[in-house]
Ligand binder design. Structure first.
Ligand code: AMP
Ligand code: MG
Length: 410
């Protein structure tokens, strides 16, 4: 791969991701859930429509359903029909029925006129405007047609999908069971927020980012907290995590620092590869298989841990949870400031994207790009993704961005 050639000894990001994905297979345990609890779950089977929606032709307006008689402008009102009712008498040409939105169109009626567009006197209406055949009639099956697929296996269900299921009368649906992720952070220097901070210690922030992130994607999280840099403690944590989860995520201790016991422990209990990935931020990364679970070892630096999680772990979790392949969509934007970069690694620069007055994406890289500067992730709404072989870029350059939040107002 190009990236690796540019930086010998480093694994290209694309290569790392495809190595990971080729080792992950979708969970095939399904559960049957009430539809309102199934949002953000992944559909286990295709769903075909068992009925038309609307089930019959019905009125899109409050008004009058007419049996059009082209020779006349005046119609006799022979009754009324509300939503949920059926008007059983077939209409004759020149007759009409008072009709409410959603009510079934009576037999022989072929248009609906809005109540505001007629003048009513006793049992007669006069049309104030021309009415054409089919006006204001919602046709049976125009939303969902019977016997056609409406949702496909692998779709992560969103509220509108739940609405579709409800509208064809489905109350329960088969979904892939939730993926369980066990998470912990390693480091003697780490202290939980809310605790006093001894000299030399720092507050632990990686789990605080990753746990809500995992929840927002509907993964079940088991939090094992902060584990000290102690070989036995780390081994115990890994053994416990492997028993509890489909996936184990740890942060810290994957670089070759003195206190990094992770590698030693994992060599004993799993089949793990330690990679130096050609990405910035986030070079050290570990991936492999424990006895029961997949393992991801994220770098400890807060931005590195978050970026590697977003680029490498989230796609793997999506695949594991049975989702159709989800790609990080890239958009093209123009830089508003120069960007500093050395060739060798794919750079995920934190940046703010907006749309300018002519409707084009513009993007401003944030000034502090250090792998510990979490403020950059907080301010950013996108990554500028710079290929490994790219060097520094001037202002007004066309770059690829990956939005991870809504656009800011310019
Ligand atoms: P490590 O990958 O363990 O060598 O850690 C790299 C850097 O990230 C060090 O400065 C650590 O103190 C810091 N770090 C490691 N884990 C965390 C964490 N969970 N929260 C905040 N900073 C961390
Ligand atoms: Mg550490």
């Amino acid at each position: 791969m190009n990236d690796a050639c540019n930086a010998p000894g480093l694994l290209a990001v694309d290569q790392a991701l495809s190595n990971i994905l080729s080792n992950i297979h979708a969970i095939t345990d399904y559960e049957n859930k009430p539809i309102v609890d199934a949002v953000n779950y992944v559909l286990a089977d295709d769903v075909n429509a068992t009925m038309n929606v609307p089930i019959c032709n019905n009125s899109a307006m409050d008004g009058y359903a007419l049996c059009i008689n082209e020779e006349q402008n005046q119609y006799q009102v022979i009754g009324s029909v509300f939503a949920g009712e059926i008007f059983t008498t077939p209409l004759q040409a020149g007759e009409c029925v008072r009709i409410m939105t959603g009510a079934a169109i009576p037999e022989n009626a072929n248009a609906v006129v809005m109540q505001e567009k007629v003048t009513r006197e006793a049992n007669f209406i006069t049309l104030d405007e021309t009415v054409r055949l089919g006006d204001n009639i919602r046709l049976a099956g125009e939303d969902i047609r019977k016997n056609t697929p409406i949702l496909h296996q692998g779709k992560k269900l969103k509220p509108a999908d739940i609405g579709l299921l409800a509208s064809i009368g489905i109350s329960h649906v088969n979904v892939v069971r939730q993926v369980t992720v066990v998470i912990f952070s390693t480091g003697n220097e780490l202290v939980a927020p809310g605790e006093p901070l001894p000299k030399g210690a720092i507050y632990e922030s990686n789990r605080a980012v990753l746990i809500p992130y995992l929840h927002s994607h509907n993964y079940h999280v088991i939090d094992l907290g902060i584990i000290p840099d102690d070989q036995q403690a780390i081994e115990d944590a890994f053994l416990q995590a492997d028993k509890l989860g489909d996936v184990v995520i740890s942060s810290g201790g994957v670089s070759v620092g003195e206190a990094d016991f992770t590698k030693e422990v994992l060599d004993k209990i799993g089949n793990i590869e330690f990679w130096k990935i050609a990405m910035k931020p986030g070079k050290p990364f570990a991936f492999g298989k424990l006895t029961n679970s997949h393992f991801f070892g994220l770098p400890g630096n807060p931005v590195s841990s978050m970026v590697t999680f977003m680029q490498l772990v989230l796609p793997a979790l999506a695949k594991l949870s049975g989702q159709q392949q989800v790609n990080n969509h890239k958009l093209t934007a123009t830089t508003t400031k120069p960007i500093k970069k050395r060739p060798g690694r794919t750079d995920f620069q934190r940046a703010i994207a907006t749309i300018n007055s002519s409707g084009h994406y513009i993007v401003e890289p944030l000034p502090f790009q250090g792998s510990g500067v979490l403020t950059s992730m907080s301010k950013a709404n996108c990554f500028i993704v710079l290929n490994a072989d790219s060097g520094s870029l001037p202002t007004n350059c066309s770059v690829q961005i990956e939005l991870f939040e809504q656009l800011s107002n310019s």
